[in-house]
Design a protein around this ligand. Structure first.
Ligand SMILES: Cc1cc2nc3c(=O)[nH]c(=O)nc-3n(C[C@H](O)[C@H](O)[C@H](O)COP(=O)(O)OP(=O)(O)OC[C@H]3O[C@@H](n4cnc5c(N)ncnc54)[C@H](O)[C@@H]3O)c2cc1C
Length: 416
């Protein structure tokens, strides 16, 4: 066990703090320093849309004292950005020129929003790509004084932000290039229930179009011009076009990068004593075996815990995660989508169950023996059990009727 080793963690969020706690739990006398470029103390990132709606204040989303991720024992340095990793000398350099040596390093720098270069005016005042608490506070402030917001992109983060703005009484227009919202997470017909709930809440949805320009007026953004030259007047714009791993400070580190930091099953990067976890890490899908980067709080926390144990000298394999994996709530509707959610016509066996209040699509392998994916909206009962079965790649031939009939129990899964 690496009891007295000196650990440095870059990033104080789901992955970084889970790792810090795991290191200290495994080796209580280890030194752990966590470095965060954000000024705010660690907080639950998925909750920041509630800052915009005003349902939560900054102190409500703070992690300190609220969850398993923060505890006494590690040193936290906020407002400190790592600008370089010197793997040869085993040290990191910060934006103030400070040199911090490590025995083991964790890169948990997460992701940053992608700003499409083809959209002109992404830096105009009043344009947001929501990722941090301070951005949410700024957006909350502006939204209190304006009437119309335009959201570019039909993904989950934009839908959550859109709903917060609707709750605040703004007129909100969603501009989506795909034929339907949430196209990465489900098929168009799966998304109907969520779309209806958002439209009932007042969201105006425009599909099959995209923005080419954000126009700057005298008080910041004043309109968005679409690719077909239609112009939508607005005073706020949210760009939700995906997230990319934060690896800009790793340029000359020698660490293998493939969009994110490539890690092995034990969360170790290509360099000795450097690990990575969370949205910055390239992990694998246990079903397809493909390399993937995910964007989910629970994955980041799970992978961070695993990395922490490995750093502390307790070898722990990470079991991967699905390329598509989301569990959240939009417009008051809980939903889960995971695994294979875009099944091929004759390559899978599909079962659907639709009622007024719920939608469920189960995707099985062609021979019917493996559960490979699902979309559940409204009623997400048993989603955790299904995730377990899928991750284990369990042959479910004898459980299938119970899965389809929604009567599966954890005892069936343990002993079935
Ligand atoms: C608005 C919103 C809603 C979301 N909703 C959900 C949801 O409902 N469910 C869900 O599961 N997930 C949700 N997510 C995604 C979830 O928040 C992320 O998957 C999770 O935060 C990833 O954790 P992480 O620790 O890998 O990275 P992050 O949370 O991105 O944290 C990385 C930290 O490292 C810092 N950092 C980066 N580079 C450096 C550097 N060079 N030096 C120092 N610090 C650095 C960053 O500033 C950041 O503070 C949401 C995200 C957003 C933005």
């Amino acid at each position: 066990m690496a009891g007295h080793l000196n650990h440095v963690v870059i990033g104080a969020s789901a992955a970084g703090l889970s790792a810090a706690c795991a290191i200290l739990k495994t080796t209580p006398r280890a030194r752990v320093r966590v470095v965060s470029e954000e000024k705010d103390a660690p907080y639950f990132r998925p909750m920041i849309p509630f800052i915009i709606s005003g349902k939560k204040g900054s102190s409500d989303v703070k992690m300190v004292g609220q969850g398993p991720y923060v505890q006494e024992g590690f040193e936290l340095f906020t407002n400190t950005r790592v600008t370089r990793v010197d793997a040869g000398q085993k040290r990191v350099i910060t934006d103030s020129g400070q040199i911090v040596s490590y025995d083991r390093l964790l890169i948990a720098s997460g992701g940053k929003p992608y700003l499409p270069p083809e959209i002109e005016g992404v830096d105009v005042e009043g344009v947001y790509a929501l990722r941090t608490l301070s951005q949410a506070r700024a957006a909350a402030k502006r939204s209190s004084n304006v009437t119309h917001a335009v959201m570019l992109g039909g993904g989950l983060l934009n839908l959550k932000a859109a709903f917060s703005l609707l709750e605040k009484g703004l007129e909100v227009t969603l501009v989506v290039y795909s034929p339907e919202i949430l196209s990465q997470l489900m098929e168009p017909e799966d998304a109907v229930m969520i779309r209806n709930a958002l439209e009932q809440a007042g969201l105006k949805i425009m599909t099959g179009c995209s923005a080419r320009k954000i126009v700057d007026g005298s008080k910041g953004v004043c309109s968005v011009v679409l690719d077909d030259n239609r112009e939508i007047a607005c005073e706020m714009v949210f760009i939700g076009k995906g997230v990319r791993p934060c690896v800009d400070f790793l340029g000359d580190s020698g660490i293998e990068i493939d969009s994110g930091v490539v890690v092995d099953r034990y969360t170790k990067s290509s360099m000795n004593d450097i690990f990575a976890a969370g949205d910055v890490a390239v992990t694998f899908d246990p079903i397809t075996g493909e390399r993937i980067v995910t964007g989910l709080w629970t994955n980041a926390a799970e992978m961070g815990t695993c990395a922490g144990k490995n750093m502390a000298g307790c070898p722990t394999a990470y079991s991967g995660t699905f390329g598509v994996m989301n569990a959240t709530q939009v417009a008051g509707l809980p939903f889960v989508s995971m695994g294979v959610v875009h099944p091929g016509n004759n390559e899978h066996e599909i079962h659907k169950n639709i009622s007024d209040t719920s939608y469920r699509k189960l995707v099985f392998s062609k021979d019917g023996n493996y559960l490979l994916g699902l979309v559940m909206i409204g009623d997400i009962k048993n989603a955790g059990l299904y995730r377990f079965i899928m991750r284990e790649q369990r042959n479910i031939r004898f459980l299938k009727e119970k899965i389809i009939g929604q009567s599966l129990t954890s005892a069936d899964v343990m002993y079935g």
